[in-house]
Unconditional design. Structure first.
Length: 299
């Protein structure tokens, strides 16, 4: 018997359907959808079917980057490394494994390290959507400080969003604080770097700023359930349905982060990164100085 490795869970939200059925002459509104898959091709196929049924201009496809399209070659500097460091800061602020400033350190690691596709043919799935004329963008929690490293790795992995971007396709010349936000974000070449702000609010703010108008369906792909929930909440009652796909391909790598190895790698690579910054300046990253934290000994 053939086995299928894909896990697909679909939950339909009935409120819109029930209200639409009040009259047989009222068009049935699109329903929200929550699904999970480890294959981007499933998302692409579903989005293309929506475009065939609704029209390509009524469907907006939004991809996360980290652990959805691309993943770090090693645990050090990865999304899961960042959250380990964030938790460690709260649990043991004197830990010898804690870096001085995880944001600045991650920026240096993005500069020094490469990224790989989360699955073979990831770029091809994006091109299939683009070739069909759909609007396709990336929405990442990375901030504007990481834009050079982010675009370098997207380009190296043959992924480009500007041909399918919301207008203006090249984005805005300067970073800006989005409506409802508190930190500067950047929209460039179809990639929205939101600096960790609420992804639902950020997507609505981008649609407003670009004047794109509300799509009939947002197809959102992200490895984090909380980000998908944020988008669904933001568009609730708006007339725009959200088809939220949790991408699970990297789950094992996230769960199996070797924190000891990551800490040892950081100790090994830090001197080299400091020397590069010393010689060439802090144009690409700015590492924090080594300091003894208040209340901690010199361990």
């Amino acid at each position: 018997m053939r086995t299928y490795p894909l896990k697909l869970i679909i939950l339909f939200y009935f409120a819109l359907l029930l209200s639409a059925c009040a009259s047989t002459t009222t068009p049935v509104a699109e329903q929200n959808l929550l699904a999970e898959t480890d294959d981007l091709a499933m998302v692409t196929n579903a989005a293309l079917q929506l475009a065939d049924r609704l029209g390509r201009d009524r469907v907006l496809v939004v991809f996360d980057i980290d652990n959805t399209l691309l993943a770090m070659e090693q645990g050090l500097g990865s999304d899961q490394w960042y959250y380990w460091q964030k938790d460690l800061q709260k649990e043991d602020p004197c830990s010898s494994s804690l870096v001085g400033d995880r944001f600045r350190v991650q920026g240096a690691l993005y500069f020094a390290s490469a990224m790989r596709p989360t699955q073979p043919g990831a770029a091809e799935q994006i091109r299939r959507l683009q070739d069909a004329g759909l609007t396709v963008i990336a929405l990442t929690s990375r901030g504007p400080d990481y834009n050079l490293q982010t675009f370098r790795e997207l380009r190296r992995n043959e992924i480009s969003f500007w041909p399918s971007a919301l207008s203006p396709k090249r984005g805005f010349p300067e970073s800006f604080i989005p409506e409802g936000g508190t930190r500067a974000a950047r929209y460039e070449d179809g990639v929205f770097l939101t600096a960790g702000q609420h992804k639902g609010d950020m997507l609505k703010a981008l649609l407003n700023k670009t004047g794109a108008g509300a799509p009939t369906v947002v197809v959102m792909v992200d490895d984090k359930a909380e980000n998908l929930a944020a988008v669904m909440v933001a568009f609730e009652g708006s007339g725009t349905a959200v088809h939220a796909w949790r991408y699970s391909r990297e789950d094992a790598n996230v769960a199996n982060l070797d924190t000891g190895e990551a800490a040892a790698q950081w100790d090994a690579v830090r001197p080299a990164l400091m020397k590069i910054e010393e010689i060439f300046g802090a144009d690409n990253y700015d590492l924090p100085a080594l300091v003894v934290r208040e209340g901690c000994d010199s361990r």
